[in-house]
Design a protein around this ligand. Structure first.
Ligand SMILES: NC(=O)C1=CN([C@@H]2O[C@H](COP(=O)(O)OP(=O)(O)OC[C@H]3O[C@@H](n4cnc5c(N)ncnc54)[C@H](OP(=O)(O)O)[C@@H]3O)[C@@H](O)[C@H]2O)C=CC1
Ligand SMILES: O=C(O)[C@@H]1CCC=N1
Length: 271
């Protein structure tokens, strides 16, 4: 087991994201007896995982954990705060993945805690291919930061941010970003069907194209711009498509607008 991993951990909210992170922690050797899971309505998969691996699910009482990861919806912070406040001690590091909720918002609801890490993971965490942005307040010790890092790194890359206010932009880019890519698959498949392909064939090709391009990007030392140029024969078909995608009203201004909308929504979720 990674020596930096916390000796005890509570996960509050084991939904899509919390559940994905939990699987990552177990896969890198966090001992199941060190983990307590709290969820209002645990899914069948979480109940089965807890039973199979011997994790405490919704225990009545636990000793304050070294780290508590809060992974409920931002809108439930008010409702879940008394549970969290009842579990933590002043030495617990609170790692929150709630979009929009600031460190000040969290400290107001959970006054016992001092050390807070705001982290923004993304869904590919479920296969260890996530991207997380994180910010630690000044009360987080070197040890606390190392523990948070070890947990977050179980799910993919971790980028520590120099200031908390960057996290809303991270949320808009990489937190929400996987959904933009999945929508690209939907759009590509629809466009292929419009171009005459049977819809199921178009979907298979679109999915394999996006997956393959992602894997090439990961495997290659080349930048995305060079890889794009490598597909683009002068005067060929790709150039014709890119004239549309890179033209006025193309993908760049659309993506800028989408990310700005997500960032505004993150800001609106604070409080
Ligand atoms: N999904 C994603 O890709 C990402 C999500 N996030 C953040 O992760 C957080 C969770 O999102 P997501 O996993 O999608 O949401 P989910 O709804 O899938 O997960 C939240 C879980 O918390 C449970 N819950 C609700 N209230 C309580 C409570 N009082 N005590 C204990 N458990 C409770 C929910 O139960 P029930 O369903 O019964 O309400 C649910 O199982 C959000 O704050 C979001 O901003 C961050 C990055 C990416
Ligand atoms: O959509 C949301 O609000 C959350 C935060 C980032 C991804 N999902």
């Amino acid at each position: 087991m990674n020596a930096a991993l916390p000796p005890s951990l509570a996960l509050v909210g084991a939904g899509k994201m919390g559940g994905a992170m939990l699987e990552g922690w177990l896969s890198i050797g966090l001992p199941p007896h060190a983990v307590s899971v709290f969820d209002a309505h645990p899914s069948d998969a979480i109940q089965a995982l807890c039973a199979a691996r011997g994790l405490a699910l919704n225990p009545q009482q636990i000793a304050p954990p070294a780290v508590l990861v809060l992974a409920t919806k931002p809108q439930t912070l008010e409702a879940v705060a008394p549970l969290v406040e009842g579990i933590v001690s002043p030495d617990t590091v609170l790692v929150s993945i709630l979009a929009g909720k600031t460190i000040a918002d969290l400290l107001r609801r959970v006054p016992t805690v001092r050390a807070v890490v705001r982290a923004m993971p993304n869904l590919p965490a479920s296969i260890g291919a996530g991207a997380t942005g994180a910010f630690a307040n000044e009360a987080v010790t070197e040890e606390g930061r190392a523990r948070a890092h070890a947990l977050l790194a179980a799910n993919g890359i971790v980028e520590w941010l120099p200031s908390e206010d960057l996290i809303d932009a991270v949320t808009a880019l990489s937190g929400s970003g996987p959904s933009y890519v999945f929508h690209l698959v939907e759009c590509l498949a629809e466009a292929g069907a419009q171009a005459g392909l049977p819809p199921d064939l178009a979907l298979r090709l679109a999915r394999a194209t996006v997956t393959g391009a992602g894997r090439l990007l990961e495997a290659s030392d080349l930048g995305a711009d060079v890889l794009r140029q490598n597909v683009t024969s002068p005067g060929g078909t790709t150039a014709a498509a890119l004239e549309v995608l890179m033209g006025e009203g193309g993908m760049a201004p659309l993506m800028t607008e989408a990310v700005a909308a997500a960032k505004r929504r993150a800001e609106a979720l604070s409080g």
